[in-house]
Design a protein around this ligand. Structure first.
Ligand code: ZN
Length: 535
């Protein structure tokens, strides 16, 4: 050991004290217990040094806010450097667990490097002392217990969060846009009146036919604050890292898409999408969707379920925006030529917009249906038809009619089909899981080599992804048709729009399957319009 000797032949030892406050301490059940606080650790160690005149305090190394494993500990690194440079003879800690709870680190330094560098380690509360040779075994056992403790605490925190999520309690400190965390119960979401009105407007704009980009432009033009800007203005700490000035954070396609897809707005809470690898490795990984924790009706909805599911389907079906401003016209994808069955294309002239048979465009001249149809007139006609239909429904006490019974039957058939598909998909997913198990066994038994294994795993992954996507799609369709079958949409639509004043995209989707426009009748100079109704 490097010893400093003075004239009176007293041997002095250079002591470095190491202090650490960890997450484990912070998450302790008894919040008032601060026996592990930095102040208490320091007092204990200084007291010990004062009682040992041969000990000279050289430096203090203090890591606050840092956990016992995995995380970078700058002061710990400095301590180790100084040890290696011979600046210290003794490392003094409250306990070995303060030094580290990680067995590997304890082995590496206390039981190996320190020996090599002639350094003595003392942990006061657990009587760890490397100068005492017989002490090694108990130190190692302590080390093991410490590591188990860390794993335990971490698991306890995880399971506490897990059970909170299972009970539908909101555990993040940040409420999603449209909500705020209740002041009286920080596991409960309540509606934020201003932000929720913006969410409603976004859903409305989508119903009116605007696409993601169109909605983003619209909101930015009206200077409506984006979720991050709104949070910032409300004075809530941002959990995003951005170098741009806050005022520049604008709405974009992704923020809109995220809001339109988030089930939080129909009152469902989905949590546990991400986790850390382990108590030692804090890297965040995404969990498989099957492991997410979804609880329904945990808080007040901003959007009704019918609208939400209609929009989920519409997002899949909606054709690409035709115009730069992102507007899909109300009848796009619905209008066809009655002569050749091709779709009718939109064509703009300086005055009006028209629909023409797509078989007669770009140099083709294959269809007898040659005249264009004015788009605004068609919209007006369709609106009238829909209004007549609505009136008729009311007159006939619509929900009791054969129409509806037939329609309901069709949906029931569709649902049965989808349910069958769903269970087939689930079976296939189970099968691929068994396949994976067999694959591992084959690899372990040497039946296949590493390369073959990797290739088969890749195949497996793409197969499962495909199956899961299909399942997702089938589930969405099921939700949609179940709603349709219940007639809730019709009833709501009828109640809401007893007399429609303006056409919108969703109404068209609800009422109309296809519209056929015939050629001009040479005798009567009129044109036939045939509508295939959804019901
Ligand atoms: Zn045609």
């Amino acid at each position: 050991m490097n010893k400093m000797k003075n004239d009176k032949e007293i041997t002095y030892y250079k002591v470095g004290i190491y202090l650490r406050l960890s997450n484990e301490d912070r998450n302790k059940l008894n919040k008032d217990d601060d026996s592990e606080s930095i102040k208490n650790q320091r007092n204990l160690l200084l007291d010990y040094i004062n009682n040992h005149p041969e000990f000279l305090l050289i430096d203090e190394y203090c890591d606050e806010d840092l956990s016992g494993a995995g995380t970078y500990r700058p002061e710990f690194e400095r301590l180790i450097r100084d040890c290696e440079l011979g600046k210290i003879d003794i490392v003094l800690c409250k306990s070995q667990s303060r030094f580290s709870r990680d067995m590997e680190i304890v082995e590496k330094y206390i039981n190996n490097k320190f020996k090599e560098w002639n350094i003595r380690f003392i942990g006061l509360s657990d009587n760890a002392d490397t100068e005492n040779y017989g002490n090694k075994k108990s130190r190692q056992i302590n080390g093991l217990v410490n590591e188990w403790y860390l794993e335990d605490v971490s698991n306890n925190i995880r399971s506490a969060f897990h059970s909170k999520m299972k009970q539908g309690e909101f555990i993040s400190p940040f409420a999603p846009f449209g909500y705020e965390v209740s002041l009286y119960d920080n596991n409960k979401l309540i509606i934020d009146p201003i932000a929720s009105s913006i969410v409603k407007e976004i859903y409305d704009l989508y119903l009116k036919g605007l696409g993601f980009t169109g909605i983003a432009h619209y909101l930015n033009d009206k200077n409506i604050p984006s979720p991050s800007l709104y949070k910032y203005r409300k004075g809530i700490k941002l959990n995003i890292i951005s170098n741009r000035p806050r005022e520049e954070i604008k709405w974009n396609t992704n923020t809109i898409k995220t809001i339109l897809k988030n089930e939080i707005y129909i009152g469902n809470l989905i949590q546990g999408k991400r986790t850390t690898i382990s108590y030692k490795n804090h890297k965040i990984i995404n969990k498989d969707k099957s492991e997410w924790i979804k609880i329904e009706n945990t808080h007040e909805a901003i959007i009704d379920k019918e609208t939400f599911y209609m929009i989920q389907i519409a997002m899949k079906e909606r054709t690409k925006p035709m115009k730069a401003n992102g507007i899909v016209h109300n009848l796009s994808g619905k209008v066809f030529c009655k002569v050749c069955n091709r779709y009718m294309r939109k064509k703009n002239s300086s005055k009006h917009e028209y629909l023409v048979c797509s078989n007669n465009q770009n140099g083709y001249d294959n269809c007898k249906n040659k005249s264009a149809f004015r788009y605004d007139i068609l919209e007006e006609l369709i609106l009238n038809y829909i209004n007549k239909k609505i009136k008729l429904f009311y007159d006939l006490n619509f929900l009791e009619t054969e129409f509806v019974k037939k329609r309901k039957n069709n949906f029931t058939k569709k649902i049965n089909l989808l349910t069958k598909q769903k269970s087939e998909l689930n079976n296939q997913i189970v099968k691929t899981k068994n396949y994976l198990k067999n694959l591992y066994e084959d690899k372990v038994n040497g039946i296949i080599n590493e390369e073959q294994f990797k290739e088969l795993i890749d195949n497996y992954n793409s197969d499962t992804n495909m199956l899961k996507n299909q399942l997702k799609f089938v589930n969405n369709e099921l939700n949609y048709y179940t709603l349709k079958e219940s007639n809730k949409i019709i009833k709501r639509t009828l109640d809401k729009y007893q007399q429609l004043e303006k056409l919108n995209r969703i109404i068209v989707d609800v009422f109309i399957d296809k519209i056929f426009i015939d050629k001009v009748n040479e005798k009567t100079k009129t044109r036939d319009i045939k509508i295939n109704w959804n019901f």
